[in-house]
Ligand binder design. Sequence first.
Ligand SMILES: Nc1ncnc2c1ncn2[C@@H]1O[C@H](COP(=O)(O)OP(=O)(O)OP(=O)(O)O)[C@@H](O)[C@H]1O
Ligand SMILES: [Mg+2]
Length: 528
Amino acid sequence: MIGFIVKKFIGSKNEREVKRLRPLVTQINALEAELQKLPDDGLRQKTAAWKEELSKITSNDELAAKLKEILPEAFAVVKNACRRLCGSEITVRGHPLKWEMIPFDVQLIGGYALHSGKIAEMATGEGKTLVATLPVYLNALSGRGVHVVTVNDYLAARDGEWMGAVYKFLGLTVGCILHDQSPNVRREQYNCDITYGTNAEFGFDYLRDNGMAQRKEDQVQRGHYFAIVDEVDSILVDEARTPLIISGPAVVTYDEQYARFKPQVESLFSTQERLCNRFLSEAGGLIKKQHPVDGSNVKKGKATEKEIGLLLYRVKMGQPRSEGLMKLLEEPENLRLMNQAELQLHADQKKTDLYAQKEELFFAIDEKSHEADLTEKGRNYLSPKDPDAFVLPDMTTALHEIDAGPETDPKKRLEAKTKLQQEFESKAQRIHAISQLLKAYCLYQKDVQYVVQDNKVIIVDENTGRLMTGRRWSDGLHQAVEAKEGVQIQRENQTLASITFQNYFRMYTKLAGMTGTADTEAFEFQQI
Ligand SMILES: Nc1ncnc2c1ncn2[C@@H]1O[C@H](COP(=O)(O)OP(=O)(O)OP(=O)(O)O)[C@@H](O)[C@H]1O
Ligand SMILES: [Mg+2]
């Protein structure tokens, strides 16, 4: 498989490699001692001369050979620039910061590993940010653009500004891709010698360039030559298979399932709300009885405690976002009783009591697994004439019954089976739509998980609070929330373009990674 195959681990932890590269380190340090004699401008001229020379090279092999040749001196130039910067004050994210770093020998080795397309494994705090400047400078001399990939916008901006001090001192340009930039600004950042940004921004720009940009001049990226991925384990292992998706412009269609069941689910939701409020006030009454206002010392009834716990747990299943419940749970004793009830209900293998508790409700929501289940009460509520409308038939038995039945004509049998299959599917879809709608009502709150703008439901990133315009929840959930909010329901599967991070990073001619915690097994997984 082409692209990103991890050849070998290298870094401070790998003593053999460190030893093998001793001579290179000695050479870099000797060259650096010489460079100390040059005036600042003399050092800068090196960059210009190399850039000029390398810009004439078109073949990848020739470029690689040339870079290998100048590596010791280029690394020495970076090290020397760091030395010259020492004591000077730079501004990073609006704060003054004194530069006081000159790469250690082990960092030179780390830089070499990155240049060779390996993963540099260095413990947290060993200075990977600085290590990256060595191969970044060297490869940026090619003029083909070097991308440094960080895990979040803050680090992209911080590292770009921080390490930018070195690049700029040496006469290279540095850019940074941030979430809210316009295409023109992005293009400028990509046109820099070095560009910092997150994997998501790089990936989305690629998708926009190749999915939506109609003309070459609308594209923002200019190629994929060399990328160094920081925290590579989280980006290329944890998130590797999560595809980035750009969905298309609003298509006026009507996904009738969600709209059709909305009124019923809405009324079911408020009925359950009333029921849960009743449980809450019952619980509140019992709690008061346990703690008389006159402070008299009543003996606490175990049975009452259990009852309180069960009532609270029912509300947790029936209306997990209930404010009344949150309020009662602020009291640690109440929380304890509820958790105890939950624990006991789950301890029983057969879960008889748990099911009995669920049956008190119209539907039960599991916040953790994100499941919503209709109970018998709920099914009766939605479809009093045909409670089975929301029960999936046992297909195996049903098919078997047809085979064992009185009908012997194979054609008729097949017809009966096809009909059964169709019924099963339409029922499954109905159940799915109801379940997604229930989740939309119970777990997704407006202005918390999403906002409504211009007749659209826009996801709010739960970590950063950012609006994730263009992204959609999958599996019908987005449609369900759209139905709930009464905005236009967009058709599912209108993905314009999608790519996994793994495939995105495969496009680079050269790829390297940095990590504090290399997980060997996880990386081997990448080699499949
Ligand atoms: N050569 C050096 N001389 C002096 N200080 C250094 C040197 N290299 C790195 N540092 C300092 O070490 C600290 C940690 O650096 P950095 O944030 O790059 O570590 P890291 O390896 O990326 O860690 P993490 O895994 O937490 O991201 C920084 O404060 C930096 O100033
Ligand atoms: Mg770091």
